[in-house]
Design a protein around this ligand. Structure first.
Ligand SMILES: [Mg+2]
Length: 242
């Protein structure tokens, strides 16, 4: 049965209205048995948005381009070069491809300098405990992030050896909303998309998950996105869904 169509079985993935979703989560109703979970990194496992903002702001200031938190929100889940194009929307001088690559590298160097300040304290108790409980339930766990700094960040927050697989910006050619990063993660876990749940905080990530035939649990801003299969109030709600 195709997703979104009427179906009475609670084991079929279905789109839930926010009320039904809340009810299901409160009542502990399992909508489907998953074998694996694929987590976006930024905004789901840890929060590096502010570091991205500061790094892009530095580049924008250097170019004399207006940049704020609202524009920064559009960069979520988007590749570095695509992010640069968004930053340059208000820049009227032409740049060569080489100059753009240099700017993107400069941004990343500054971002990585900021990331060095991250520690295990940047992993919340809620996320840490939930991950351990999901692992105890026998679920395979993977990262599915467009970030090329995934392994560096996981090392900073003390999760470098925790996940069964890591699919990140280094093994994909297309960033979200393309499903490639999630499809690779499922492949690394030896699971089919329909056996996995993707956890996302960005609209582009939810789109990517649905396009890849995954169910998607949305957090933060994305929790108001109607395309999300589950709309979570917090990370530990995953214990009810899975
Ligand atoms: Mg994210």
């Amino acid at each position: 049965m195709k997703k979104g169509k009427a179906d009475c079985s609670i084991f079929q993935p279905i789109y839930l209205s926010s009320i039904a979703n809340k009810f299901a989560i409160c009542m502990g109703i399992k909508m489907k048995e998953y074998k694996g979970i694929i987590f976006d990194l930024d905004g789901v496992i840890c929060f590096t948005d502010h570091f991205h903002y500061l790094a892009w702001k530095k580049i924008a200031d250097k170019l004399g381009v207006y940049f704020d938190e609202v524009i920064n929100n559009r960069l979520r889940g988007v590749s570095r070069m695509e992010s640069l194009e968004i930053v340059l929307e208000n820049y009227d001088k032409p740049l060569t491809e080489e100059e753009k690559v240099k700017l993107a590298e400069e941004k990343n160097d500054y971002y990585k300098e900021l990331l060095k300040d991250m520690t295990t304290a940047d992993l919340s108790e809620e996320v840490k405990e939930t991950l351990v409980k999901l692992r105890e339930k026998g679920l395979k766990l993977s990262i599915g992030s467009s970030s090329k700094n995934t392994k560096f960040i996981l090392e900073r927050i003390g999760l470098s050896d925790f996940f069964d697989a890591i699919s990140d910006g280094n093994n994909i050619t297309k960033s979200k909303p393309d499903p490639e990063v999630f499809l690779k993660a499922a492949e690394y876990l030896n699971l089919k998309p329909e056996e996995c749940l993707v956890v996302e905080d960005a609209f582009a990530g939810v789109d990517g998950a649905i396009a890849g035939d995954f169910d998607c649990a949305a957090l933060g801003d994305a929790a108001r996105y109607e395309k999300a299969t589950y709309k979570l109030n917090g990370f530990d709600d995953l214990l009810t869904v899975c």
